[in-house]
Design a protein around this ligand. Structure first.
Ligand code: SF4
Length: 248
């Protein structure tokens, strides 16, 4: 391919990795956050898009039979922070994007409260296809699908991984602790720092969990800023008003 064509293909692959197959002119082409001055950024985006292409017709487990859409992940291929949930739900299966139902909208509000957006981070799940009636993933499904997440993390190479919910946490860490115990800890997942907090669907089911979850997200925000060389957010007022938006 000639260099301009090569560049266009890289751009389109990156666009596809970020937004799926829909090419919308409403979508701002310039990202909120400037791309890193790193010559491998396009390669990262292209690798992630190529990997998605490679596995999107996966039939390794029985979940493929009922899926409407394969749900790979969304966000920046060069994200410093990756959120990992459990599996697609009804809306995610319909739209082919993780965290787009009510729980996804809550995650968007929490991200906004910690001054991030889903375009700056990366969001995916342990499973790429929806389990029937949103049941917990089976061990066989997890063992077939987990290598895909590992490859996504290898390509993105984040500084921080956040497991959302008990299923994601126990899968990644191989432990049977309660989420309440895990959320206070700092773990290492294959060389990357990992923290655990509640899945946003749990916060919708049990609003009493919103206060501890907001504590977790403030700690996640502070650690993310530290790891990415950004100054800490000092203002208590800002934290409190952000907290209201996630706990109301
Ligand atoms: S859940 Fe994972 S392993 Fe199973 S069919 Fe979907 S992509 Fe393949």
């Amino acid at each position: 391919m000639s260099p301009p064509v090569d560049h266009a293909v890289c751009y389109l692959r990156r666009h596809q990795a970020l937004y799926g197959d829909q090419l919308s002119l409403d979508q701002p082409i310039t990202p909120d956050k400037p791309l890193r001055a790193h010559e491998n950024v396009d390669e990262q985006a292209a690798s992630l898009a190529a990997f998605e292409e490679e596995i999107r017709e996966c039939r390794k487990c029985t979940l493929e039979a009922a899926r409407t859409k394969f749900v790979f992940g969304v966000g920046s291929p060069e994200a410093d922070m990756v959120f990992v949930g459990e599996a697609p739900g009804y809306e995610e299966d319909r739209q082919g994007e993780p965290f787009v139902g009510k729980a996804g909208k809550l995650l968007d509000r929490i991200l906004a409260a910690i001054q991030l957006s889903r375009r700056e981070v990366y969001i995916c799940n342990i499973l790429k296809c929806r389990p029937p009636n949103n049941r917990d993933p089976l061990a066989a499904e997890v063992s077939q699908c987990l290598p895909y997440l590992k490859e996504q993390l290898r390509i993105i190479h984040p500084k921080l991984v956040v497991a959302l919910g008990r299923v994601a946490a126990k899968t990644l860490l191989g432990v049977e602790e309660s989420l309440k115990n895990m959320r206070q800890q700092v773990y290492n997942y294959e060389g990357v720092e990992l923290r655990v907090t509640y899945h946003t669907a749990a916060l919708l089911r049990n609003p009493a969990l919103k206060a501890p979850a907001w504590e977790d997200f403030q700690a996640i925000r502070d650690r993310y800023r530290e790891l990415t060389g950004q100054p800490p957010i000092e203002s208590q007022g800002k934290s409190q008003s952000a907290g209201k938006s996630t706990t109301s």
